[in-house]
Design a protein around this ligand. Structure first.
Ligand code: V1D
Ligand code: CA
Length: 493
């Protein structure tokens, strides 16, 4: 039996959380929920199109063959409703996606340019069903996290980060990530339910309700820039977006993601871009990832994290040009998981479909604390397609040179750290002058912004005290007051 060979992973990094927002015990086992709809792999973008939903069937098959379903709760998620999709997307655009078919598309040609229907985003059979399925899974996953039913939720069919409010883009029609984040931001819970901490209290028609997640951190390791998510939350500090991607002065799709895109208004500095060149290898990628993301966590102190795991950043991808192995890609996931912050894990790009299946299966293993034997289980339905190595970690023959010089990477890292000093999530961080070449990122409106930030810092600080105070009322091992009743007196700290 394969399952007897699974050992709890003992090389998990044990970075300790510094924020008071964690509601999971640092060493407790995280509950994992996995969302897969049986039909999601049966859609076809077209023969010549690189996006193959079949990769989701391959992934699910491999996950099940490794018996990972025994370590998590598996859900067949409901399809998103029209209204749910319209929480972010324009009514006209959703109506168009719902009504258009390959057979009647001539009646809609005028809408094609309006909604960016193109070779990248073609009309195919069942398009709207596909959108409802992958978005429904991300929304259900967000709901599961927000209602505290799981600590980690996985939807490999999600992560379609390019879709805009009324526009398809880069193989993405609806933006499940934005919809899921909106759900996390909006989620309210009855005051009387058994919650471990309170973040914001409002008195609304005599009902005391709770805002569950004050700060959402979005991390994107797809090789393409996460432009759709960045754009949706560009002006807010309640979502911080961080994307690692290939950037070639605008020529690599989608053309955005320069380091000088940093957010606007109250969202200024809550958007971070890490532009890279072709050929980046395991060590440089993971070192930079760890360095940047640790600093983001320390400054922003997220209450929930959404991690887009696009597998087109793997070496040998058909569209990408990085040299990253499945192990290094997985290390990024392991590192974020080790913080024990509620986590929504999503898919994204990935165009060597057997490597995509390997990668997301390996990462499912990491998320459920299973060490997977490198030999693929022979019972896998599509076993023969994984040759000639039949391994979870096929050798990565070096494809192209690493065009990222040490000096450039050091400069990126330095700029990122300088930008992060402008976040006021952490009480110890004060507003400071930006040094040297980053000064040009500031504009006249920053005076106003600074004032707003300074006011807001007070709020964030008092909220933190409140959260810390509530954590004092854990029941169980860390129950500091050894009392079963949850004292909800927000003013007594
Ligand atoms: F090669 C192709 C063959 C057929 C159809 C499309 C493509 C293709 C390859 N690369 N299209 C692209 C990119 N599009 C362009 C267009 C040319 N300009 C007019 C735009 O370069 C799009 C790449 C999309 C990447 C999507 C993603 O991996 O980031 C993703 N994330 O989540 C889901 C997908
Ligand atoms: Ca990215």
């Amino acid at each position: 039996m394969f399952s007897s060979t699974f050992l709890p992973s003992n090389n998990e990094k044990t970075a300790q959380p510094q924020s008071a927002t964690f509601h999971i015990q640092p060493h407790s086992k995280q509950k994992v929920a996995y969302f897969h709809h049986k039909d999601v792999g049966n859609f076809h973008f077209g023969l010549q199109h690189p996006m193959k939903p079949h990769r989701l069937t391959l992934t699910n098959d491999l996950v099940m063959s490794y018996e990972l379903h025994e370590r998590m709760t598996v859900y067949c998620p409901p399809k998103a409703t029209d209204d749910e999709l319209m929480e972010f997307h324009e009514t006209d655009y959703i109506k168009f996606l719902k009504d258009v078919t390959p057979e009647n598309s001539e009646d809609f040609v005028e809408d094609f340019s309006k909604f960016n229907i193109s070779e990248d985003c073609p009309i195919f059979e069942g398009l709207y069903d596909f959108c409802q399925i992958y978005a429904g899974a991300s929304i259900a996953a967000a709901h599961q996290l927000a209602s505290d039913a799981a600590d980690i939720c996985i939807n490999w069919s999600g992560g379609l980060h390019h879709a805009k409010r009324f526009e398809a883009s880069g193989f993405c029609f609806v933006n499940d990530i934005v919809l899921a984040i909106q759900h996390l931001l909006r989620f309210v819970k009855n005051f009387n339910s058994n919650l471990l901490y309170i973040i914001d209290l409002f008195d609304l028609n005599n009902l005391v309700i709770e805002r569950f997640y004050p700060r959402v951190l979005y991390i994107d390791i797809d090789i393409h820039h996460g432009d759709g998510v960045q754009e949706a939350f560009y002006a807010t500090d309640r979502v911080m977006t961080v994307s690692f991607h290939k950037y070639d002065n605008g020529s690599f799709f989608p053309g955005t993601g320069n380091i000088n895109e940093i957010g606007c208004g109250l969202g200024k500095f809550f958007c971070l871009n890490v532009p890279l060149k072709d050929g980046i290898d395991d060590e440089t990628y993971f070192t930079l990832f760890k360095d940047v993301i640790s600093d983001v966590r320390d400054h922003y102190q997220p209450s929930v994290i959404v991690l887009q795991c696009g597998a087109d950043s793997l070496g040998k991808d058909r569209l990408g040009g990085f040299n990253i192995s499945i192990k290094a890609h997985g290390e990024c996931v392991r590192f974020v998981k080790s913080w024990h912050i509620p986590l929504l894990v999503l898919g994204g790009g990935g165009y060597r479909i057997h490597n995509v299946a390997r990668c997301w299966t390996y990462e499912t293993g990491i998320l459920v604390d299973a060490e997977l034997p490198p030999e693929l289980p022979e019972r896998t339905r599509f076993y023969n397609f994984f040759g000639p190595d039949f391994s979870l970690h096929p050798p990565l023959v070096r494809k192209i040179d690493n065009f990222n010089t040490k000096t450039e990477l050091q400069k990126i890292s330095q700029q990122v750290h300088e930008l992060l000093r402008f976040l006021d999530g952490a009480p110890s961080v004060q507003m400071q002058e930006l040094p040297g070449d980053l000064q040009c990122l500031l504009d006249e409106s920053d005076e106003e912004l600074r004032d707003a930030r300074e006011d807001q810092t007070v709020d964030i600080r008092s909220r933190k005290r409140l959260m810390w105070h509530e954590n004092e009322y854990f029941d169980g091992d860390s129950d500091n007051d050894k009392d079963d009743d949850q004292n909800m007196d927000a003013d007594s700290n």
